[in-house]
Design a binder for this molecule. Structure first.
Ligand SMILES: C[S@@+](CC[C@H](N)C(=O)[O-])C[C@H]1O[C@@H](n2cnc3c(N)ncnc32)[C@H](O)[C@@H]1O
Length: 353
């Protein structure tokens, strides 16, 4: 007997006497995407990966260690194995390489906080995505829509904790491909809890800099900077980049996942402020998941743009759009360096005249 073909191998029957229909595998994958993300979330929240990091286990053994019934343990372990997170030999389950590196709490690149942030913070907006499409407004509820969505009370602190691995891995790739040897001091505008600048400083020993963010976020950044042992190289400035001038004294300004939160007019305002703070020859670095100039993808940038649709008034822009705004703001020389990371696929770089 031949192995059961997967859905993608099957040719779906067409309507009676009609041509064969395309296989429905794409639709099944898309329609059940929530099942995949919530299997991952459930395994993280119940401690599957943390527990298996202490040693392989059968389903009943894991059920015992987690204090759950055998039935959900078996179902969850089977699903995690099918999704490539776990490996199973002779009925015993262990973490696969991705789970072992990213999903065990306490490991340096622990990704679980990001997954939980998506599940708890962004998911409510996503579940009403059609509303955002119809209304051209965020579908994600915000406690006080009249205030900046990043203000204290409008966004929970675990949003910034959740960005840690996402932003650190992005900064690590950025640091590997960008030549920052000529940069002494960098201003990370909207630098959040400091994860990006901390990683850039770890990778480039000559680098010093400043995280600028709303005052309540700077408190989170100071904790992270101190824990990383970088208080001597990274300072913080609590400010509103729409209302306050940006501090001078830096060779470069970084905007990492900032401009996708805002509309074109607001972005031109932010860029004008950045240029104002830089000396001639200073550099603006825009790090984002860039949408292709022909607006055909790629998937990660296109879906981040959907994420902006449901949660903000912004969207993910193209390198050409950023380049145009940078030129208008006073950077005649603009180029794009491409790379592949969770939070960016390139940096658009403008040099102030
Ligand atoms: C999507 S997060 C990006 C954080 C960080 N750059 C990174 O790559 O991880 C956007 C950041 O912009 C900050 N922000 C939003 N509005 C701001 C404002 N008006 N002034 C200063 N920072 C602001 C938020 O607090 C948040 O930390």
């Amino acid at each position: 007997m031949t192995a059961d073909p997967t859905l993608s191998d099957r040719t779906a029957p067409g309507p009676a006497n009609g041509p064969a229909a395309p296989p429905p595998a794409l639709l099944i994958d898309l329609a059940t995407g929530l099942w995949r993300s919530q299997t991952l979330t459930a395994a993280i929240e119940t401690g599957v990966f943390a527990t298996l990091a202490t040693g392989p286990a059968t389903a009943p053994e894991l059920a015992g260690r987690l204090g759950i019934a055998d039935r959900p343990a078996e179902i969850l372990l089977t699903a995690c194995t099918a999704l490539g997170l776990l490996e199973q030999h002779d009925g015993r389950y262990r973490n696969g390489p991705v789970a072992d590196h990213y999903l065990v709490p306490g490991r340096p690149d622990y990704f679980g906080d990001y997954v939980r942030m998506l599940a708890e913070y962004t998911a409510p907006g996503w579940l009403r995505a059609a509303e955002a499409v119809r209304n051209d407004a965020p579908s994600k509820p915000v406690p006080d829509p009249d205030r900046n969505m990043f203000e204290e009370g409008n966004r929970p602190p675990f949003f910034w904790d959740g960005l840690r691995a996402f932003s650190t891995l992005t900064a690590r790739r950025m640091a590997a491909v960008l030549d920052l040897s000529g940069v002494g001091r960098i201003l990370d505008v909207g630098g959040g809890a400091g994860h990006t600048l901390i990683e850039l400083c770890r990778q480039h020993p000559q680098l010093r800099g400043t995280v600028l963010d709303l005052p309540h976020v700077c408190g989170l950044a100071r904790e992270q900077i101190e824990t990383a042992g970088l208080s001597g190289r990274i300072g913080t400035v609590g400010a509103d980049f729409f209302a306050d001038p940006l501090p001078a004294g830096h060779d470069a300004v970084l905007l990492s996942m900032i401009l996708h939160d805002w509309n074109e007019e607001q972005n031109r305002q932010i860029l004008a402020s950045c240029l104002e703070a830089l000396p001639s020859g200073g550099t603006v670095l825009i790090s984002e998941l860039l949408v292709a100039d022909d607006k055909s993808g790629p998937v990660d940038a296109a879906l981040m743009s959907m994420n902006m649709l449901v949660g903000t008034w912004g969207r993910n822009y193209t390198a050409a759009e950023y380049a145009g705004w940078l030129r208008d703001a006073g950077c005649p020389r603009v180029r794009t360096v491409r790379f592949d990371a969770p939070g960016a696929n390139g940096v658009v770089i403008g040099v102030k005249a």
